[in-house]
Design a protein around this ligand. Sequence first.
Ligand SMILES: [Zn+2]
Length: 224
Amino acid sequence: MNARTTPSFHPDQFILADYAAGSLHGAVALPLAVHLEYCEQCRAETHQLQEVGAQLFEGLDPVPVSDGALEQVLRCIDSADPSEAPPVRCAAPADPSLPRVLQTLIPAGLDALEWKRIGSLRSSRLRFGDPAREVALQHISAGGKVLEHGHRGAEITVVINGSFSDQDGCYRPGDFLVRGPDDVHRPVAAQDGDCLCLAVLEAPIRLEGWMGRLANPFLKIHPR
Ligand SMILES: [Zn+2]
């Protein structure tokens, strides 16, 4: 991972505030955690928001609990069956080109994933446990063009390696993009290297053109 990259595109304050409060919905937290590994500015902002939250929390009046509450919690801990704990696995060598949060999610690395190809785009869905959103890595070959498409729901993308561009700009590692139903674009990877992104989709993309209109009814997202 290129730790020196300074992203140019950032999440808005509402997303950062939800993240700082621990209330960001499901898989949306993942691209944000990736962005924070690249972005000192948003890390500082998140830290400030967490401090504000902690101060607000301290100002709350304590809520009384029953007399035996502590003993009850301790009894629950004592009675937990250690055989139900998940087995400890030996850590596989992580891929240092990935952000740490993705190294944890993909311990065996990118080559161990199952990839599907559509033109110059390869896509691999990740198991994240969000029942409403698809989480996928997307890999575009150097100079590759993705089909022109719009969106039927929010699509959050964070660039991991390489870069791509569309009519609105050029996006480099750490850049955080949110696309909505009104956005139509055709991402093109830079000529000087492949581009790897993480994408979270709430709904299938919408392909443009007459062939796209034929294909659109068959496009679905696959939450895992
Ligand atoms: Zn940022």
